[in-house]
Design a protein around this ligand. Structure first.
Ligand SMILES: O=C(O)CCC(=O)C(=O)O
Length: 293
């Protein structure tokens, strides 16, 4: 082992311990600035298109100002330094005994004028009481495309809450748990520079909060999961992305397609459609309750 590798090994261990103990870690200067500048410029343009789409369907089907916006999935915009980052991959290998798999590639854009989201987790607990809380098996890797701070709506995270299991196991955090937790450890809004990465257990409580600035805050979000868990679907990328995604120590779990992929609007369209069918079902049930009354 060279001395450089030893430094890496110690840093990696510290990062893994922080994830186990606090539910998150921030890796400083993990990603070079150039690809993030390219992504930020493109994602700014894409936000305009996504907002116009939201307008056409009666508004964002998610909470106001919080867009499900991922980066393009074509070779000009998929970078190994971002999607298969060396530091992130080392940490995930250590977390999952050398079997990490990429299971999500998208992102969150927090727009000016956004609201406060309900407190939630991105995953569920694998066990319910009286079983012990299971160890981390999935992490979100948040890579802000620009600086992220209180002034532009940095994500609010609740340290240590990956170990605090709501009665139903998630993903919503019941309101009555908030005050008790604040008394133990209040939430924070991490402040990061371009190139810093936030890795958090998918069970960590968090939410989007208002962005008081005048420009959207983009946060690319990957999920890296323990590869010993069953595969729940592959990720679509365009042909040509193999160069960036293959040959690393994280399984890319990718399908390479020879066709255009609607990476920008389709996640929001899916949310819209599912909300519409839930609404229709609700109306149907109300009607039938009235009829049988
Ligand atoms: O963008 C953020 O700050 C967090 C967003 C989030 O948690 C969500 O949209 O579910």
């Amino acid at each position: 082992m060279t001395s450089r590798n030893r430094v890496h090994a110690t840093e990696t261990e510290a990062a893994v311990s922080s994830i186990h103990e606090h539910g998150f870690v921030i890796i400083k200067e993990a990603v070079p600035k150039e690809p993030l500048a390219v992504l930020r410029e493109r994602m700014d343009r894409d936000t305009e298109e996504l907002l116009a789409y939201c307008e056409s369907i009666g508004g964002n089907p998610r909470e106001r100002g919080h867009l499900q916006q991922g980066p393009p999935v074509s070779s000009e915009y998929v970078f190994a330094d971002v999607a298969m980052n060396h530091y992130v991959n080392r940490i995930c290998n250590q977390l999952y005994n050398n079997r990490p798999r990429l299971t999500f590639y998208n992102g969150n854009t927090n727009c000016p004028g956004s609201t406060t989201q309900g407190l939630h987790m991105d995953g569920r607990h694998a066990t319910l009481a009286p079983e012990p809380v299971a160890p981390t098996s999935s992490v979100v890797v948040d890579i802000p495309a620009g600086p992220m701070n209180k002034q532009n709506g940095s994500i609010q995270i609740w340290p240590g809450t990956h170990l605090v299991r709501p009665p139903e196991g998630g993903p919503r955090v019941p309101k009555n748990l908030e005050a008790d937790r604040v008394a133990i450890e209040p939430p924070i809004q991490p402040e990061t520079q371009v190139g810093d990465v936030l890795i958090r257990d998918t069970r960590l409580w968090h939410r989007g909060v208002p962005n008081p600035s005048d420009r959207p805050r983009h946060m690319i979000a990957l999920i890296v999961t323990d590869g010993r868990l069953p595969v729940r679907g592959k990720l679509d990328f365009q042909k040509g992305c193999e160069d960036a995604l293959e040959g690393h120590t994280v399984d890319s779990n990718a399908n390479y397609l020879d066709e255009e992929i609607d990476y920008l609007l389709s996640p929001t369209r899916r949310i819209y459609m599912s909300r519409q069918s839930a609404k229709a079902e609700q109306e149907r049930q109300t009607e039938s309750a009235k009829e049988s009354a």
